[in-house]
Design a protein around this ligand. Structure first.
Ligand code: AHR
Length: 620
């Protein structure tokens, strides 16, 4: 009653683009393989290597009975799918899928396929069963007919439901058979697409009605080696995300280790991203590596020929998306099933580039080449790794002076930060580059975080003349394989559920306005009641030692302080623990050097504002 919102009569505010709110897809937290990509078999091409992850072998995901060996020789399926399995019968192999196993549902049909060759006709018995051998489908037999690599197929119909199934392939006689690319796919994919997406997850994303899909990452895009796949030179493992690795027949897509510590089959690749964007009515928004390795790896290339190759790859990507079927890459798109162009209009160059000078030099070359050939493409530049510090300021200054189309900002902050910074974009230059808020989230998955995000989004929308697109991040998390939290949608093998942030995003995306209605507000009812919040300490790819932590209220009084001299952690708890946090030598230390690691301490946040100051001595 004592709070008044006045809509300014006749005033017209900024138009709100339909693509204002979108999703950020990255293959983090097993979001692709074992997640959105509906393939049920893990390591289907036997390409896992210890070089990708110390725990991997060619048989990761498989158990064998009898004589079965992975082989990498000149009998291989193709140059990009190098290792195959040689079985000398009678012998068999069993795949355990992701997490608890393969998820199958009673009555549903599953397409089995395998590439195989054998000296003489060799029957393969294919079965779906529980860990104790109980059948989950009537087995089928496919017979390998010749010693030329050929794809054999069959269909299994599940007679019971399980989220822990096993797929076995067994030979009967004594002959030798070579197998590769063993696949089991539900027929019930999103929109029934071949090589398609897990329906419940795709439907949850579609239900958001996102304006755009940013893909394929994240740090996944621009970390690792920028050299292309090169079989002759022992192709670099952990390559940056190079889109050409991810198109064409799936059995020719070379697997790759990713930044988040696991392998990507690339079965979900650029064609599938474009198709999914189209299927859900969203604008496709790819991000290509800018040749500066970011995300804490901070390296730049001085190999100009390699840089030019990536620039050409980016031009080829635009041709793949938009070119006529008579063009080289448009033809591939048509061969893959989509003669019509995908209508690419926006493209990001780089992700969280920590080296502003090197990034900027590279960006200008990418942008010049793209604009020369495709002047109408919006080229999205970068503001560096976060919203503070020299890199951010430096890159924003360069983008402003240059007149970049749009700048990608990322930040992950506390809920109080989001509440305090609602006016962030009110002061942005109306004539400067537009903003793509490509990644943001309040740092937990609780209701309060989601409310803080919702409040913040009103500030984005009020500034729709500057902020043109925004995406919460990350989108998906497999509950058994979490590298990053919070996340918008969570899932296991056969279930998925949205966080409260998912509901907030859905609310905004399903109700995008046409334009801002300018208004003023007066009154005093928005005073928050005391709430319990959390104050956090976070490190990024470095071990750290904290001491003498002090949190003060706006008036300078101390909310709490910790010197850790009593040998206790004083209520600090990890929210995304990767390393070990312990009190050592009267200070608080954590050991993780591989990822981000955060400690929080619960605190009662005050009556009227959230403007607390946290100071901690970081001694290492
Ligand atoms: O969204 C998770 C990660 O956060 C992204 O990969 C990266 O861009 C950012 O640091």
């Amino acid at each position: 009653p004592d709070y008044t919102v006045t809509v300014k009569p006749g005033a017209t505010g900024a138009a709100i683009p339909k693509s204002m709110y979108g999703v950020f897809f990255e293959d983090i937290n097993y979001a692709a393989d074992g997640g959105l990509y509906a393939e049920l078999v893990r390591n289907r091409s036997f390409e896992f290597l210890p070089a990708d992850n110390r725990s991997y072998t060619g048989l990761t995901g498989w158990t064998v009975n009898g004589t079965a060996t992975t082989v990498n020789d000149d009998q291989r399926l193709n140059e990009r799918n190098r290792t195959y399995l040689r079985l000398t019968g009678p012998a068999g192999i069993t795949n355990s899928g992701y997490n608890t196993g393969l998820a199958v549902e009673k009555g549903e049909r599953y397409d089995f396929s395998v590439w195989a060759r054998a000296d003489a006709g060799v029957p393969l018995k294919v079965s779906l069963h529980t860990t104790d051998g109980t059948a989950l489908a009537a087995p089928i037999t496919v017979t390998v007919k010749s010693d030329t690599w050929t794809k054999y197929t069959g269909t299994l119909r599940a007679t019971a439901t399980s989220d822990a199934a096993r797929l076995s392939v067994q030979t009967a006689g004594t002959g030798t058979v070579r197998l590769d690319e063993i696949s089991l796919f539900p027929q019930d994919t999103y929109k029934g697409r071949d090589n398609g997406l897990r329906r419940d997850l795709a439907e949850k994303v579609a239900a958001l009605k996102p304006g755009f899909v940013r893909f394929p990452g994240g740090c996944l895009v621009n970390t690792g080696s920028h050299y292309p796949y090169d079989a002759a030179n022992n192709y670099p493992r952990a390559r940056s995300y190079q889109w050409k690795d991810t198109v064409g027949p799936v059995e020719t897509r070379a697997t790759n280790a990713n930044f988040w510590g696991y392998n990507q089959s690339y079965g979900l690749g650029y064609y599938e991203y474009f198709q999914f964007s189209e299927d859900i009515g969203a604008m496709p928004l790819p991000v290509v590596p800018a040749m500066v390795v970011g995300c804490g790896q901070n390296r730049a290339t001085d190999d100009e020929a390699l840089l030019q190759k990536h620039i050409q790859d980016t031009l080829d990507l635009i041709e793949f998306a938009n070119g006529p079927v008579t063009s080289t890459w448009g033809k591939l798109r048509a061969e893959m099933g989509h003669p019509k162009p995908f209508g690419l209009t926006h493209l990001g160059v780089g992700n969280e580039e920590n080296l502003p000078e090197e990034y900027w030099a590279a960006f200008l070359k990418f942008e010049a080449a793209i604009k020369a050939k495709y002047p109408s493409i919006t080229v999205i530049s970068n503001s560096g790794p976060d919203d503070q510090g020299a890199t951010f300021d430096n890159l924003w200054a360069k983008n402003r002076a240059h007149g970049s189309d749009m700048v990608d900002e990322h930040y992950y902050n506390s809920p109080s930060w989001f509440l305090q910074n609602n006016a962030r974009y009110d002061s942005y230059d109306r004539n400067g580059p537009k903003v793509f808020l490509g990644e943001y989230a309040s740092l937990d998955n609780k209701l309060f975080n989601s409310l803080a995000e919702a409040a913040y989004m009103t500030g984005l929308e009020r500034n729709a003349d500057v902020v043109k697109m925004a995406s919460y991040a990350p989108l998906l998390a497999n509950i058994d394989n979490v590298q990053w939290r919070p996340d918008m949608i969570w899932f296991d093998n056969d279930e998925s559920w949205g966080s409260t942030s998912y509901l907030v995003q859905k609310l905004f995306m399903n109700n995008v306005g046409d334009r801002v209605v300018p208004s003023t507000a007066t009154g005093n009812v928005l005073q928050p009641k005391p709430i319990t919040g959390a104050i956090g300490l976070s490190t990024w790819r470095t071990a750290a030692v904290y001491d003498d932590v002090k949190v003060t209220r706006p008036d300078g009084t101390v909310l709490f302080s910790d010197d850790f001299n009593d040998g206790n952690a004083d209520g600090w708890t990890p929210v995304q623990p990767r390393g070990t946090w312990t009190v050592t030598n009267n200070a608080y230390a954590q050991t993780d050097t591989a990822s981000e690691d955060t400690m929080v301490k619960a605190a009662t946040i005050g009556e009227t504002d959230y403007d607390y100051t946290l100071k901690a001595t970081k001694t290492a």
